[in-house]
Design a protein around this ligand. Structure first.
Ligand SMILES: [Zn+2]
Length: 439
């Protein structure tokens, strides 16, 4: 059953999403450039304490980073807690490229617009509205709910989820399962078949800094030990390399589910061609078939006629579950021994698509959309789920949104004109309400 006054809760969710977007929480990855993370955390803290929550406010990592955690006790103390987490920060946005100001939170043409609309102030707003609703009305869900609003996800969570898991694990004690971003959205497969993709797996992230040393010298003279040349060769080799096709369980199950629903075949000799037929989401699904190593930054030299002694590049590597050793071996072969490597790494995660929690997701979606089908899928990127995996918490991407078929949802993540349909937020609030009160 939905909460009786759920329409008002859904309206509040829309307002909260808009207000959260208006707090610019840009995270460039450089802590010195951080802006509104504190303001956003204080806003959330205020919204929770206003209705009677006791919150834990954590400034993590000694770096002026801000997190808010609150618990709502459940009816059955013997059941494990469910963690609902979301990140407060967003990636940068260049206002000159947008049709509305990225931090306006404008509600226009049926959408809430702005940086964070789908990543992931949508879920923050829906969660916050429901948390407030339950507290105000003494609604007690079956299991304890832990709400966590976190810093720094967009830079890998070093000063957010990763820090809390290492230094304050007691904040998540009792939680065995979690839901968060990048799943639960609808993908229209055919006119009357909507599949809601629930994230059950994530590729690992490894940001690699390559460093090549050579012999410094004058740009006018012969030099066969040029760091820039050697680096460029290595970067080009990596960028052009295709890693082998590997079908993990989540991906296999996703293809099988789409085949059942649509008749579309996924032959191994033309997987890329078949995946392309899925539309915008192909950018994500296509990237879960192989490891990738994508050069993203270059840094070398300071003057036109000076050969520098060092050249550096950054490579964004994404690794499938179970592939780490094989990936390393392949990398060794491509790069050889002379290139120094420095890593920031976050492990891949994968869980199974079964059990009562998954059943509760399916039931809640079906109650609000009788044409709903649910499918597991692997995210090609990463989220804070990787941090909570270290505590043995089983993670799902479940931020329910019923999307219009023509919307290229995948393109909105970190994209220009990021926006979320107002109706989808209301739908999501209703689904989450059913889910949290039944799971
Ligand atoms: Zn995100």
């Amino acid at each position: 059953m939905p909460s009786p006054d759920i329409a008002a809760v859904a309206d509040e969710a829309v307002t909260l999403v808009s207000e959260l977007i208006q707090i610019d929480t840009t995270n460039t990855g450089d802590p010195d450039t951080l802006v509104g993370e504190r303001a956003a955390a204080e806003y959330v803290a205020e919204k929770l304490t206003e209705v009677g929550y006791e919150i834990t406010y954590v400034e993590s990592g000694g770096r002026d980073r801000h997190n808010v955690i609150a618990r709502l006790p459940g009816a059955d103390p013997n059941r494990d807690a469910l963690l609902i987490h979301g990140h407060l920060d967003v990636v940068p946005a260049d206002a000159s490229e947008w049709s509305v100001h990225p931090f306006s939170g404008a509600i226009r043409d049926g959408y809430v617009w702005g940086r964070g609309a789908v990543d992931m102030k949508d879920m923050l707003g829906m969660t916050l509205a429901l948390a407030r609703h339950y507290k105000r009305n003494n609604i007690v869900p079956p299991r304890e709910l832990i709400f966590a609003f976190l810093a720094d996800e967009e830079a890998g969570g070093q000063y957010g989820a990763q820090w809390l898991v290492s230094h304050r694990p007691e904040l998540f004690e009792g939680a065995t399962e979690a839901i968060s971003e990048v799943g639960g959205f609808s993908l229209t497969l055919t006119e009357d078949v909507r599949a809601y993709l629930i994230e059950t797996a994530e590729k690992g992230i490894r940001w690699m800094k390559l460093r090549v040393r050579g012999t410094a010298g004058h740009g006018s003279m012969i030099n066969n030990d040029n760091a820039v040349t050697k680096l460029a060769e290595a970067v080009a080799k990596l960028g052009n390399h295709q890693f082998p096709l590997v079908l993990t369980d989540s991906v296999r199950e996703f293809f099988a589910g789409v085949s059942d629903l649509t008749g579309l075949e996924f032959p191994e000799d033309d997987l890329d061609g078949a995946v392309a037929k899925l539309g915008g989401i192909a950018r994500v699904v296509g990237a879960t078939l192989r490891d990738t190593a994508t050069p993203t930054m270059l840094n070398a030299g300071y003057k036109a006629n000076v050969i520098p002694s060092v050249a550096e590049a950054t490579v964004d590597c994404r690794i499938l579950p179970g592939r780490m050793a094989a990936f390393n071996a392949e990398l060794d072969e491509i790069l050889g021994p002379d290139i120094e490597r420095e890593w920031l790494e976050l492990e891949p995660v994968e869980t199974t698509f079964d059990g009562p929690l998954v059943e509760a997701m399916r039931t809640s979606l079906l109650a609000e959309d009788p044409d709903a089908h649910t499918l597991p899928y692997m995210l090609s990127g990463g989220t804070d789920a990787k941090a909570f995996d270290k505590l043995g918490i089983r993670s799902f991407g479940f931020c329910p949104l019923r999307l219009p078929p023509e919307l290229d949802f995948a393109a909105l993540f970190h994209g220009v004109d990021e926006r979320v349909p107002v109706d989808a937020l209301k739908f999501g609030t209703r689904v989450l309400d059913r889910f949290l009160r039944s799971c």
